[in-house]
Design a protein around this ligand. Sequence first.
Ligand SMILES: [Zn+2]
Length: 77
Amino acid sequence: MAKGGDGKVVPLARKGGKCPVCQSPSQSAYHPFCSQRCADVDLGRWLKGSYRIPGEPADLADDGIPDDRNDDPDGRE
Ligand SMILES: [Zn+2]
């Protein structure tokens, strides 16, 4: 009696993991993404600042430059 049929393993599941954009299996050519499109999508997110780090201090304008140096440009000593 034959057991197990063909017994071949189809190498569909790569060991790279999932595409972080669409959760499809990642392709080694575009690792860790599944395609060039998803790689571009991820890059675009970075460029647009969608991946901003939470908790980052943003009070740079609170203790910034005093604006009295541009108060009276005509009355300089
Ligand atoms: Zn993808």
